[in-house]
Design a protein around this ligand. Structure first.
Ligand SMILES: [Zn+2]
Length: 659
């Protein structure tokens, strides 16, 4: 069976995965990249002399004309050799760090050789694998299927709407089992809804009407190059015309009005490009596309790629101050990933293809450092003011400092557990912990930054580390892997310190409190008072949620349902839990204002707060003895200490050029 298979392992020698690539993708330029001389010498001649050679590429044609109905029609034509083959649907998705390929949304699957329908069966263990027998004489087979894109956006929700779509190629391809994605050459094409325009980092080879054919790329590059398209499209140049690499923002929205980017934002995103270049000192793309979908009708997410990022946010994000504030860090975060995540990648996340499992133990670097740098660049590019950066950091620090789950779960375990922790509901999240390796990275890497600055007497900073670690030489996309030991070595090259000890303590030990040393070391402290925090206000406005997280210890949904109750908090001690519903406070029907007034009254009269709560069909009165009033987080300056945080947030390239 193995000797007849088109794509599965043919030799039992340890180089067999490479050999299967040699057999079927010899003409691929991506294969040639692998054929270093020492490797060829080590391959036994008999191994690949016995293999037939097929030189065709995989043709991937996607009909997107049904996007408004959230169904993408895909046709994949693959070279084949008679016998049994196994084709696989991408399972472990880069950037998702987990087996999130939407296999359940593959419908209408058929395999054909010419006009002959071929029987197929799914592997009973591996749901992403399909077994097919290629008939004698066939040189290629065609697979066709529909992707139901109704909930296939990265963060959940539809990938398309009446006016726009977001195509992630991993969702519309099949490829031979066992081969490296670098070794599969693809010829991609799409058919768009009439009149829609598109943005992608793929190179257009030809466009006729609504049919677009792209230049051949490896499967790796194809999956790394999403496409957005829409009836309302706008492109904004982020570097002067003719400058290399070209960097643009491609936007689609439900209306032209939502694409009205302000001159200040245009200047800020141009500055983002310049500031990132100044931070890293090199880039690993030949062009860069910020793909930005603005819509209330699709799922919202951000997904990083080498030469583009796939971002989606609410429709009015460019124009509404609250949405703008909350989403400002999205594009900077995904942009940073081109360096930190795509170019420098933890060894456990650099897999040969999309079926190989990923190991997420270093996600506190991949995502945590990116989150820190993304926020810093949001401030340096003036999408946030320094004050806004500090308010956001205060919210993050307070949230993590109240995470009861940190008593049992080390941060690294939230990273290792990414495949079980994503897409969960918020109930008891403070006890379970969520994807804390993102926000806690903001604290850990600020601490690292302040230590480098102090250890080096102000001569060095985390910027120098980023330049060394994520910078390197400019060129096309490339992956350089690292381990924990590599990271420690690179940090020591910038400023000698017990980095291994510090980082192990931060990520592998449990600790009741969040690491606030970076905030304190940069001349600030976390405080709570009753003054509004702009992020808290904006989130309350956008989500219609009410937070009493750091006072009573809970958050409430619009209708008064307890979204989460923090273990150890006054509300928890009183017996409240998520899933219950707040009916009345102090004998009065609950509203956010009534709750705030009750907090103030208890502070003055020192009487417990009485609440009536509904749990299923039953009502009960609870008494919460809490007298400290509202607690809203902020950062407060520590006088007499150097203000390193303000230094960190200063643009490296001067103020933004105003239009
Ligand atoms: Zn990220």
């Amino acid at each position: 069976m193995a000797s007849l298979t088109g794509f599965t392992r043919a030799c039992s020698c340890r180089l067999s995965p490479l050999l299967s690539r040699l057999s079927f993708f010899t003409e691929s330029p991506h294969v040639r990249r692998f054929l270093s001389v020492p490797l060829l010498i080590s391959v036994s001649v008999s191994c690949f002399a016995a293999r037939p050679i097929v030189s065709s590429s995989v043709r991937v044609a996607v009909d997107l004309t049904d996007a408004p109905r959230n169904i993408f029609h895909s046709s994949i034509t693959l070279p084949a050799i008679p016998g049994e083959i196994t084709l696989v649907y991408p399972k472990w998705i880069p950037g998702n760090h987990r087996p999130s390929g939407p296999i359940a949304n593959v419908a209408g699957l058929h395999f054909r050789a010419g006009n002959q329908e071929l029987a197929w069966h799914r592997d009973p263990i591996e749901m992403y694998s399909f077994h097919v027998t290629v008939p004698p004489g066939a040189k290629e087979i065609q697979a066709t299927f529909d992707l139901i894109s109704a909930d296939s956006a990265g963060g959940g929700g539809p990938a398309a709407s009446t006016n726009l779509l977001d195509l992630n190629w991993n969702q519309v391809v099949l490829y031979p089992d066992g081969v490296a994605s670098d070794a599969v050459e693809c010829l991609p094409s799409v058919r768009l809804p009439a009149g829609w325009k598109y943005g992608t980092a793929l190179t257009t080879a030809s466009a006729t009407g609504d049919e677009v054919t792209f230049s051949p790329v490896s499967l790796t590059t194809l999956v790394d190059s999403p496409l957005i398209a829409g009836a309302h499209y706008r492109q904004v140049e982020l570097v002067p015309a003719g400058e290399i690499p070209g960097q643009v923002m491609d936007m689609v929205a439900e209306s032209d009005a939502d694409l009205e980017i302000t001159p200040a934002d245009t200047a800020a995103y141009r500055k983002l490009v310049v500031e990132a270049d100044a931070l890293f000192g090199a880039h690993h793309y030949l062009q860069y596309h910020f793909l930005y979908t603005l819509s209330d009708s699709v799922g919202h997410h951000g997904l990083e790629h080498h030469q583009s990022s796939d971002n989606s946010a609410p429709g009015r994000t460019l124009l509404d101050p609250h949405k703008h504030l909350l989403e400002a860090d999205l594009l900077p975060h995904e942009f940073v990933h081109s360096w930190n995540g795509k170019y420098r990648r933890p060894a456990g996340l650099a897999t040969k293809n999309y079926q190989e499992p990923m190991i997420g133990d270093l996600l506190w670097v991949y995502e945590g450092l990116t989150d820190y740098l993304g926020n810093v660049l949001t401030a340096r590019s003036e999408l946030w003011s320094p004050e806004q950066y500090r308010e956001e950091l205060a919210m993050t620090a307070a949230m993590l400092d109240h995470r009861a789950g940190r008593n049992w779960r080390p941060l690294e375990d939230t990273a290792v557990s990414v495949q079980t922790l994503r897409m969960l509901g918020p109930q008891w999240e403070n006890w379970r912990r969520g994807l804390d390796y993102y926000p806690e990275g903001d604290l850990i890497w600020l601490e690292v930054d302040t230590i480098i600055r102090k250890q080096s007497g102000g001569r060095r900073s985390l910027d120098d580390f980023c330049r060394r670690f994520d910078g390197g030489e400019s060129g096309p996309p490339k992956v350089v892997t690292y381990t924990f030991d590599d990271l420690v070595r690179e940090l020591n090259a910038i400023a000698p310190y017990d980095w291994a000890g510090l980082l192990k303590e931060r990520v592998r030990a449990t600790s009741a409190h969040a690491p606030l040393g970076g905030i304190e070391g940069s001349g600030w402290r976390l405080v709570y008072n009753d003054k509004p925090n702009a992020f808290r206000t904006a989130r309350a406005e956008e989500s219609k949620m009410t937070s009493a997280a750091y006072s009573l210890g809970f958050t409430l949904g619009k209708e008064g349902q307890f979204i989460d109750v923090i273990p150890g908090s006054p509300a928890y001690q009183a017996g409240l839990g998520p899933g219950m519903k707040l009916i009345a406070v102090g004998g009065r029907a609950w509203t956010p204002t009534v709750l705030t007034q009750a907090l103030h009254s208890a502070q003055i009269n020192h009487q417990p707060i009485e609440v009536i709560v509904k749990n299923g069909e039953f009502f009960k009165t609870y008494s919460i003895p809490y007298f400290e009033g509202e607690k809203i987080p902020h950062l407060e300056r520590v006088e007499g200490q150097a203000d390193l945080l303000t230094e960190i947030l200063k643009p490296k390239t001067g103020p933004a050029a105003k239009e």
